[in-house]
Design a protein around this ligand. Structure first.
Ligand SMILES: Nc1ncnc2c1ncn2[C@@H]1O[C@H](COP(=O)(O)OP(=O)(O)OP(=O)(O)O)[C@@H](O)[C@H]1O
Length: 508
């Protein structure tokens, strides 16, 4: 038997009435890449937070490299050789890479001699793992992929032998994800142990040696990756068979509903983020946007949703021209244009509010919930209970603060709110980010049902597979422009990849 890097036994953790971990045991071989999968709210992050000392377990034992350890704080975890890369990075954006890496590790002396030592160490790590990065770059100026690299370097700098990554690819573009996996393999080759939480079964199959499955707080399966398959994993996670592809029938689209002609958007410095962009959304169709993140897709959604002003161009909704003043999100909602924003934490939710309040955010003036001082808490709560049951939000507790829900369940609260308001036009950004596969299946079905009912849907997703599966038409974007259009039924990945890089072979 190879030595175990991590052996957890009998770990339990309650949050009030919620049993987030129930008598969980987990063994991870040293020098392996070990995946952890499970539905939203299954308890994956909680288990890893216990291992990293954010939470203390109610019961159970932690052994690291064979030795029983009390881990009461991240400092204890770091001392035990554990590093963690969180879903939301914990870097100081105004500091440089090297400053971030030594921050907290070197005490007050870092100003004088810490930097020199850290530079040498960074150069060594760059050499060993191909982790090239400019030590003097300001972290806030780096892409998300590079910021994640800084987090990994930070853990390695502190001597981590075990690296935990919580949904690391949720925020990465596909090429960045490939680079990350190359790095994880290099870490493994050097004898490090990697724990990877992800919802993407493709990633589990690609990169892990073994995988553990959690369901409703319990560990339900430990499998060798080479001996399992995505359908088997999906079934173990969800407790039923999951359809891993989208089923939709061809439909004839209706009249144009939303039209944009010659749209332009500039940032504060005058840089053009959208250039001369035109598109038409028809009733009963899903138009997908394919593009590498950062090529104007986010701005397109935001300008159509009234969150960003256009510098030029015309937007027509239901045949009527809307000027900038007509286009506040509240006015657009009244006209039947709903928006599921890409970033649930920043624009989708107020996480300090209760789940019931978030479930009506933006629609609080609906008289169904009472008016003004006479808002009806019982009606708001009943509304939340109904939608949470329909969308399987866990726990289905309207009074719980939204920050206390797992990421995927927060996403479901936003989706339910916008989808169930009977939109005419639905703008959707990253609908399944951080969402488990059972819920993805459900969300995809809801979107197809909306389209079949005549809703015009614009879909932005970094998952090209999702864009190809859901859309009727695909528009590729590069550099703030639309570089080509394809019917989804005949689109192929290579051709779309070229369009996303700005090359239109068919037009050439
Ligand atoms: N600080 C907290 N207070 C109250 N409840 C919590 C807290 N943290 C987690 N929970 C609850 O514990 C359960 C497990 O959550 P956890 O974040 O571990 O799930 P997860 O498997 O990581 O989910 P996801 O895939 O959506 O990230 C959920 O029901 C969640 O609402």
């Amino acid at each position: 038997m190879p030595p175990l890097a991590i052996a957890l036994s009998g770990i339990s953790k309650h949050f009030g009435p919620v049993a987030a971990n129930k008598d969980v045991s987990l063994s991870i071989a040293a020098g392996s890449i070990h995946g952890i999968v499970g539905e939203n709210g299954a308890g994956k992050s909680t288990l890893m937070s216990i291992l990293y000392g954010f939470y203390e377990a109610d019961a159970g034992e932690i052994r690291i490299a064979g030795e029983a350890r009390q881990i009461r704080s991240p400092a204890d975890a770091i001392a035990a050789g554990i590093g963690m890369v969180h879903q939301h990075f914990m870097l100081v954006e105004t500091l440089s890479v090297v400053e971030n890496i030594i921050l907290g590790a070197e005490g007050a002396a870092w100003l004088k001699n810490g930097v020199g030592k850290a530079r040498a160490e960074l150069a060594r790590l760059a050499q060993d793992y191909g982790l090239v990065i400019d030590p003097d770059a300001i972290v806030g100026d780096l892409s998300v992929g590079l910021q994640q690299r800084v987090e990994i370097l930070k853990a390695l700098y502190r001597g981590a032998d075990i690296l935990i990554l919580d949904e690391p690819t949720a925020v990465l573009t596909p090429p960045e994800a490939d680079q990350l996996f190359a790095l994880l393999r290099a870490l493994k080759a050097q004898g490090k142990t990697v724990v990877l939480i992800t919802h993407k079964l493709r990633e589990i199959m690609d990169v892990t040696d073994a995988v553990s499955v959690m369901r409703r707080g319990e560990m339900v399966a430990h499998l060798t990756t080479a001996e399992t398959s995505p359908p088997e994993l999906a079934e173990a996670m969800v407790g039923r068979r999951v359809l891993l592809r989208v089923e939709k029938e061809a439909r004839r689209r209706g009249k144009p509903v939303l039209e944009a002609v010659g749209l332009g958007v500039r940032d504060a410095r005058g840089v053009e983020l959208l250039q001369d962009l035109s598109l038409t959304l028809h009733a009963g169709e899903i138009v997908g946007i394919a593009g590498v993140a950062g090529n104007g897709q986010s701005e397109l959604l935001e300008v159509l949703a009234g969150l960003l002003r256009s510098s030029r161009g015309v937007i027509r909704l239901g045949g009527r021209i809307l000027n900038n003043a007509d286009r506040s999100p509240a006015k657009l909602r009244k006209l039947g244009l709903m928006h599921i924003p890409e970033d649930r934490q920043r624009t989708g939710l107020v996480t300090a509010f209760s789940a019931a309040e978030n479930a009506i955010l933006g629609y609080q003036e609906d008289t169904a919930f009472g008016t003004g001082l006479f808002m009806s808490p019982s009606r708001i709560e009943a509304h939340a209970r109904t939608t949470f049951n329909a969308y399987d939000v866990r726990p289905p507790d309207p009074g719980l603060k939204t920050a206390k829900f797992s990421g995927g369940n927060q996403q479901k609260i936003v989706l339910a709110r916008e989808i169930e308001r009977h939109p005419k036009v639905l703008l959707v950004g990253q609908p399944t980010r951080g969402v488990d596969i059972g819920a993805i299946e459900f969300i995809h079905r809801r979107l197809i049902a909306l389209r079949d009912a005549g809703v015009a849907i614009l879909l932005v997703s970094v998952e090209l597979e999702e864009v190809m599966a859901l859309s009727d038409r695909i528009l590729a974007m590069c550099g703030g422009r639309i570089t080509g259009e394809r019917a989804a039924a005949t689109a192929d990945e290579r051709d779309l990849g070229l369009l996303m890089a700005g090359v239109n072979e068919r037009a050439a």
